[in-house]
Design a protein. Sequence first.
Length: 121
Amino acid sequence: RDSAINAAEGEKQQVIKASEANKQQQINEAEGQAAAILTVADATAEGIRKIAEAIQSPGGYQAVQLRVAEQYINQFGNLAKEGNTLIVPAALSDVSSMIALAMNIIRPGANPEPPSTPSKG
């Protein structure tokens, strides 16, 4: 009888230890993921700060205009590569208007208003 009790107690302890190990593994993985998220957030924030500084420097605004134009043309060109038929507003093909719109958002001293939502009723 004592041996059965000892065996049951041993199994119980084994289950408890396995559960604790699993719990600790999940905690470690969650902490690792949290640290990775914070690292990405910090790097993103630093990148945004550097871009903001670059825009304020001489020629920075023009450099951003060039970059926006390059990216817009690149992405617009990718649309055509897909082999799909797309119907897009005519304004999308007007590169200068789209660049002006984008630059208006980042213009120094600009405080763009969030889009208003239509009121109901």
